[in-house]
Design a binder for this molecule. Structure first.
Ligand code: ADP
Ligand code: DP6
Ligand code: CO
Length: 354
């Protein structure tokens, strides 16, 4: 029987505080602007991917959440696998016949997301980061996480940032071949231990307009978008890195909320317009502003990706108070199990209203 080589890796999602939205090169996935995100803990939202290589396999195949995807029909999947395979082939060349010829064998990939796919919770980020990390483990690639972020990027732009933990910048770069368009950690998670993220699942349904399609229409039609790329994002990238370095939560939060709002404004300025947020999303944003007004400082920030689901950033102990308020304002429906409705880390399973 022919040998089978195998590796299994998990990767976390990341939620941008300065949003990536727009490509200058759709094949290599080179962005129109730099972006910055926080990588969340793998204990909550993550992708777990197993890759196997064998000379007996007939071709590359991938199963996502148990259903087979057509690898040949997906340019991004084919590109990500081919790029990782190219790095392995270079390694085999260097070894001059002394390495197992894994680069010549087809792969089978089995991937599971433990959270809703394509719902605006960054499944493409953890998904492609897990795929590339698993291939890198299988192929024993010597490249650093930052170097491998270039490989994850050709699968999904936001995936490059999930290759690193903590606070991560994706530098847009200027090179036509994408060599300088990669992710780098700007601060480790331990730099700001009080920082917490809360994910509020407003809807687990698949979004109507994928991120890839939405941002393409934006690039083609939005005048506001051009201004965002030219003047707004460069200033915000600098201010955000300063806020993180100084652990200035008020500055961090204000930039985060403004950038989310501008991203959704740019979506509405797209023609035909795209609305990712719904009434519940807007109610949550209103509640965060009311909370900040009540405590007399900017103690919490919301951000929304391409979907209605909210991510809240706050420091402990403010997060605890905000969770109480959210549970009061969005009480659990009578037919829902408490632990299913509030799977939160504070043991707060009952709404104070009930
Ligand atoms: P999201 O907001 O969840 O990132 P996107 O529209 O950006 O939504 O991307 C969703 C797509 O990403 C899916 O339809 C699928 O093609 C791809 N994807 C999601 N998870 C995985 C995974 N684990 N492995 C490979 N591809 C994935
Ligand atoms: C709103 O990385 O999902 O989440 O590169 O086409 O796969 P593709 O798009 P994707 O876009 C993410 C958009 C965003 C903002 C962000 O994560 O920076
Ligand atoms: Co995505």
């Amino acid at each position: 029987m022919a040998p089978v080589y195998e590796a299994t890796v998990s990767a976390p999602v990341n939620i941008a505080v300065i949003k990536y939205w727009g490509k200058r090169d759709p094949t290599l996935i080179l962005p129109t602007n730099s972006s910055l995100s926080v990588t969340l803990s793998q204990d909550h939202l993550s992708t777990r991917t197993t890759v196997r290589a064998s000379p007996d396999f007939g071709g590359d195949r991938l199963w996502l959440n148990g259903a087979e995807e057509d690898v040949g029909a997906s340019r991004r999947l084919a590109n990500a696998i081919a790029t990782a395979r190219g790095l392995r082939a270079a390694l085999e060349d260097q070894a001059g016949g002394g390495a197992v010829p894994l680069s010549q064998w087809p792969v089978h990939v089995c991937s599971e997301n433990n959270f809703p796919t394509a719902a605006g919770l960054a499944s493409s980020a953890s998904g492609y980061a897990a795929l590339v990390s698993a291939l890198a483990a299988l192929y024993e690639l010597p490249q650093s996480a930052s170097e491998l972020s270039r490989v994850a990027r050709v699968g999904s732009g936001s995936a490059c940032r999930s290759m690193l933990g903590g606070f991560v910048a994706w530098h847009a770069g200027v090179a036509a071949d994408g060599s300088d368009s990669l992710a780098e950690q700007v601060a480790a998670r331990q730099h700001w231990p009080e920082m917490q993220a809360l994910v509020l699942v407003v809807s687990d349904q698949k979004k109507a307009v994928s991120s890839t399609a939405g941002m393409q229409t934006t690039v083609e039609t939005s005048a506001l978008f051009a201004e965002r790329v030219r003047t707004v994002v460069p200033a915000r990238m600098a201010a955000m890195q300063r806020a993180i370095a100084e652990r200035d939560f008020a500055a961090f939060a204000e930039i985060t909320m403004k950038d989310s709002n501008q991203f959704h404004a740019v979506c509405l300025d797209t023609y035909p317009p795209i609305s990712y947020m719904n009434d519940t999303s807007r109610a949550i944003a209103g509640l965060v502003h009311a909370f900040n007004a009540a405590v007399g400082r900017v103690a919490a920030a919301y951000t929304y990706d391409a979907g209605p689901n909210a991510v809240i950033y706050a420091l402990e102990p403010d997060m605890r108070a905000l969770v109480e308020l959210l549970a009061y304002c969005f009480p659990r429906p009578a037919d829902t199990a408490p632990e299913a409705f509030y799977p939160d880390p504070f043991g707060l399973f009952e709404s104070p209203a009930s």
